[in-house]
Design a protein around this ligand. Structure first.
Ligand code: ZN
Length: 244
């Protein structure tokens, strides 16, 4: 069984299509696991949600999904993110709004717990330090926890003695986790923030037990042109070129 682990698509249809094409070129996908923030920031919230819903998938809610459906007050966002969230909420179809509203905050699939920010605070917490990772390991029972939200691919390990360490996810090579428990962030499809503007995702092959992180080039200018046409905030468009 092959599982695609995606997060933070952020209404970037060109990036999402490039990622789906890349993963399917290596063989069929059994299920897509989407770690939240399918919408927000970008120009194609309905198209991205429709495309995600057309796949066999497991989804959870992110803060931008909640903002788009009115469950979260956008005053908590910076002004550009708030403008984009209000625009998203205006254009979202009733069907996609209902779909996003039904997404749970966390879910468990076999050995995997999924939460957008962290298992302790799925909507808001950024899981970027060993200190937050240590607290997070106390909030899930499975071997793995998959998170998004920071848009940065990373890996935390808790060894059998309970020591926590940070690791970078290896790129373009298989990663086979050893003993202990793991927190993994696949990075962001639609708005990477680690200095590499290419779309990021992770494949998990259940038969070999291996994870594989990929970066996929996409037509960034096509997404930017669409954002310009829709008058979405310029800073949100520019950041795509830089990957932050
Ligand atoms: Zn996000």
């Amino acid at each position: 069984m092959r599982y695609a682990i995606l997060s933070d698509i952020h209404s970037n249809l060109v990036a999402l299509r490039a990622v789906l094409q890349h993963m399917e070129s290596a063989g069929p996908i059994d299920e897509v696991w989407c770690l939240g923030d399918t919408v927000g920031y970008g120009p194609a919230p309905n198209e991205c949600t429709d495309l995600m819903r057309s796949y066999e998938h497991v989804g959870i809610a992110g803060n931008h999904d909640w903002a788009a459906t009115g469950r979260l007050d956008t005053s908590e966002f910076n002004p550009d993110a708030s403008d984009a969230a209000l625009w998203t909420s205006r254009v979202l179809s009733d069907e996609n709004r209902s779909y996003l509203e039904t997404l749970p905050l966390t879910t468990v699939r076999g050995h995997f717990t999924m939460a957008h920010g962290s298992p302790r605070n799925p909507i808001w917490e950024y899981l970027l330090s060993e200190r937050v990772a240590a607290a997070s390991f106390e909030h899930f029972e499975t071997t793995f926890c998959l998170v998004g939200h920071s848009h940065i691919p990373l890996l935390f390990h808790e060894d059998v003695q309970g020591n926590i360490s940070f690791q970078r996810l290896p790129l373009d090579q298989a990663f086979r986790p050893g003993r202990g428990r793991w927190i993994l962030n696949p990075g962001s499809v639609g708005q990477p923030r680690d200095g590499d503007p290419r779309a990021s995702y992770v494949m998990y092959d259940a038969s070999s037990g291996e994870f594989h992180q990929y970066r996929v080039s996409y037509d960034i200018e096509a997404t930017q042109a669409e954002m310009l046409r829709l008058r979405l905030p310029q800073s949100l468009s520019e950041r795509l070129s830089h990957g932050w």
